[in-house]
Design a protein around this ligand. Structure first.
Ligand SMILES: *Cc1c(COP(=O)(O)O)cnc(C)c1O
Ligand code: SF4
Length: 355
């Protein structure tokens, strides 16, 4: 594992921008590159798409006025010490601040790697009680940090505590482990999780570039899918990594081929020190429109932005619906630029609304 600039310099010849990053600055997000991910980096290419995700540059020290450490106001939506209840039907539990990899674009920097460790038994019980009192919550996201940095035993205890109060909750395992350190995903882990199948689990992974889908990563995800746990991917749109229609097309098709549904393509959040990795929304919309022309419905992710100040996630898309041109007549423009009209049903036949 690479966790200092010195170790990094023994593996890569650092560019001027990388060299100028001060890893001794206590406000800097530490370097952490697991050996599996390091081996996927092409050391001869200073612009390598995987390198850009994990090797810091001096640009991280730049702060814009509109950026923050908590752009989604998650702190304000925190209900018990680690439970974020932002949307009525689902809640996110910050299982641990530890990750196997430090992504330079991480939007949860305010929390990630802050030496708080795994949630205590008390914090888990507090969250479980909140979930028991809020039956409108149907899904629980186990996130962090990375939930799979917990030991099998710790995770078993945590899931057991949530299941004891809410056997009916759909649980999402949110992890970057298949891309970062796939060896963590063993049959024993997946079988332990399956032991709690009073309600479904979903595996939520993050692959940002097709080269992250190594043979080991594919095998790690397959362990879940073979056990009946569906896999979904959340990609972060990143400048110089995947802001290219060919790269995203290859990524999405490779995901589908490996039974991973492309779920979201995220616009970068306004996190301090990540401006150099963000893509302008206009460019993102162009890519979204191009992908819609090229990809199947199954392979197409939803491009979305998590709005600042806790505004929540909203989809970003070119407006195919141009408007209601006459009462009940809607005009559309398809991805090829052709216009079509769609007629609403006659009002005298649309009154029998099912109850
Ligand atoms: C993104 C997010 C969710 C899940 O949202 P979906 O659109 O259902 O995937 C839940 N809670 C928080 C705090 C989130 O940021
Ligand atoms: S694995 Fe997730 S939480 Fe950890 S640094 Fe990467 S993006 Fe952030």
């Amino acid at each position: 594992m690479i966790d200092t600039k010195e170790k990094l310099a023994s593996r890569l010849s650092l560019t001027q921008e990388e060299e100028a990053f001060d890893d001794r600055d206590s406000t800097a997000f530490p370097i952490k590159i697991p050996s599996h991910f390091m081996a996927l980096i092409n050391a001869d290419d200073p612009t390598d798409a995987l390198r850009r995700q994990v090797v810091p540059t001096v640009y991280e020290m730049e702060r814009e006025a509109w950026e923050s450490l908590d752009p989604l106001s998650e702190v304000a939506h925190t209900k018990s010490s680690r439970l974020i209840h932002r949307y009525a039907s689902r809640a996110a539990f910050l299982t641990t601040d530890v990750c196997a990899i430090h992504c330079r674009h991480c939007f949860r920097r305010r929390f990630t790697s802050t030496a708080q460790g795994a949630a205590s038994r008390e914090e888990i019980d507090d969250a479980a009680r909140y979930l028991a009192d809020h039956r409108e919550i149907t899904e629980l996201l186990l996130t962090g940090g990375d939930v799979l940095t917990l030991s099998d035993e710790a995770l078993e205890e945590m899931i057991g505590a949530f299941r004891a109060r809410r056997a009916d909750l759909v649980i999402r395992i949110c992890t970057r482990m298949p891309a970062a350190h796939p060896a963590r995903i063993t049959n024993a882990l997946v079988e332990m999780i399956k032991g709690f199948d009073s309600a479904p689990f979903y595996l939520m992974v993050q692959f940002n570039h097709p080269r992250e889908l190594s043979a080991e990563a594919i095998k790690a995800v397959a362990r879940f899918v073979d056990h009946g746990i569906p896999a979904m991917n959340q990609t972060v749109l990143l400048r110089g990594v995947n802001d290219d229609a060919d790269v995203l097309q290859e990524l999405c098709n490779a995901l589908v081929f490996n039974r991973i549904k492309p779920y979201y393509l995220f616009q970068g959040d306004l996190v301090e020190g990540t401006a150099h990795l963000r893509v302008p929304i206009g460019r993102g919309l162009e890519l979204e429109a191009e992908l819609r022309r090229r990809l199947s419905g199954l392979a197409m992710p939803t491009y979305a932005v998590d709005l600042p100040e806790g505004g929540g996630k909203v989809p970003l898309t070119t407006h195919y619906l141009r408007g209601e041109v006459q009462p009940g007549v809607w005009e559309f423009e398809n991805p090829d630029g052709e216009r079509r009209r769609y007629w609403d049903p006659p009002t005298d036949r649309s009154s029998s609304t099912p109850r």
